[in-house]
Design a protein around this ligand. Structure first.
Ligand code: GTP
Ligand code: MG
Ligand code: ZN
Length: 344
């Protein structure tokens, strides 16, 4: 049983694991979950309610929405070790933390504009990178020309293994399913401006807590109504993290997160004769064979290649020394694997 002292935090996701992490900080520490992050401070949920705490010391990692933090004398002293972190490449090139300790990531796409597979696959890779489960949520299912079930079928076909949900907040379609998806979990919303993220928050909270904005006539572009990330607590427990619309989802993921997004391709690639096969025409390339046999989708293959390159490049930029070491380690491993194969 989680520490009774902080039972009021249970609906926010407090559990024995967090209690143990807090105990490691010290007996005087109190736990809180980050609801919002402003320039100067954090809005924190304590067991006796929310309160803003100003930054006094620099912390590493810097707390982000969804984090559990330890507070002593109204000062955040540390971020409790995260179970997951959603992150993307910032426009500046560095890494941007999106949300911490998220179990599921809802990739929100409005059916009032074309659904782009690339966005879904990038979102899926970000979810896998964080160890969160991706779910595609198609919103605005009513009142436009597209057949929502047909759209869902296409997304399913392009993204095997990723659940797809059709919703409309206006007509109340799929809201129960959304509720079920969240039930007691920490769930974050990702999608471009105007997709309908804040509308989902309002539908699930049953009140207009989150500001929503009209989309532009003509191109259905949103107006970036939501400007900060914010964690909302649902009545039955579980939290929903709303965020500003994101146009570009740059990857800073580990290459494995991309593999998890394209499992059928990664699986075939493992059977290439050379473990560092570039699939550009080496002998014994299983990928080339599968492409020729029509067993893998060439579009997904090209995406897989591009995202792997992007993830690797981002890793090198983020941490040149480590990446070089990993590169050497990898090269050595690959050589050894080839030698072993040769002996067979
Ligand atoms: N018809 C219809 N309109 C919707 C639905 N969901 C959202 N909208 C409308 O779409 C517009 C944008 O919705 P928001 O919820 O503000 O979108 P958002 O993703 O939060 O946008 P940003 O905060 O800018 O990132 C609003 O005018 C909503 O009323 C829906 O299911 N059906
Ligand atoms: Mg919004
Ligand atoms: Zn190959």
């Amino acid at each position: 049983m989680a520490d009774d002292a902080f039972a009021a935090l249970l609906p926010l996701g407090w559990d024995d694991g967090w209690a143990a992490a807090l105990a490691d900080v010290g007996p005087e520490a109190r736990p809180a979950r980050v609801l919002q992050h402003h320039g100067a401070g954090l809005v924190l949920a304590f067991d006796d309610g929310p309160r803003t705490v100003m930054f006094t010391v620099r912390l590493d990692p810097e707390p982000t929405v969804g984090d559990w933090v330890a507070v002593v004398d109204d000062e955040v002293v540390t971020v409790l070790p995260r179970r997951s972190l959603l992150r993307r490449r910032a426009t500046s090139g560095g890494e941007q933390q999106l949300a911490a300790n998220v179990d599921r990531l809802l990739l929100v796409c409005g059916l009032d504009r074309p659904v782009k597979d690339g966005r879904i696959q990038r979102g899926t890779a970000i979810a896998h990178d964080a160890g969160a489960e991706p779910v595609v949520v198609l919103t605005k299912a009513a009142g436009n020309d597209v057949d929502p079930e047909e759209a869902a079928r296409e997304v399913r076909a392009g993204n095997p293994g990723v659940p797809v949900l059709v919703t409309s907040v206006r007509e109340g379609i799929g809201i129960d399913d959304l509720q079920e998806l969240i039930a007691g979990r920490s769930v974050a919303l990702l999608g471009e401006s105007g997709a309908g993220k804040s509308s989902i928050v309002n539908a699930l909270l049953g009140t207009e807590v989150a500001l929503t904005g009209e989309v532009r006539e003509g191109d259905s572009k949103g107006r970036h109504t939501t400007t900060t990330r914010e964690l909302h607590l649902l009545a039955d427990g579980g939290v929903l993290i709303d965020s500003p619309g994101i146009r570009e989802v740059g990857l800073v993921t580990e290459a494995e997160a991309v593999e998890d997004t394209f499992p059928e391709i990664a699986e075939v690639a493992e059977t290439c004769r050379f473990s560092d096969c570039s699939h550009e025409g080496e002998p014994g390339c299983a990928i080339r064979a599968a492409l020729e046999a029509g067993e893998i989708d060439p579009v997904r293959f090209e995406r897989w290649k591009a995202y792997r390159a992007e993830a690797e490049a981002a890793q090198v930029l983020a941490n040149p020394v480590e990446a070089r070491k990993a590169g050497k380690r990898f090269a050595k491993m690959a050589k050894e694997a080839q030698r072993r194969k040769g002996r067979r």
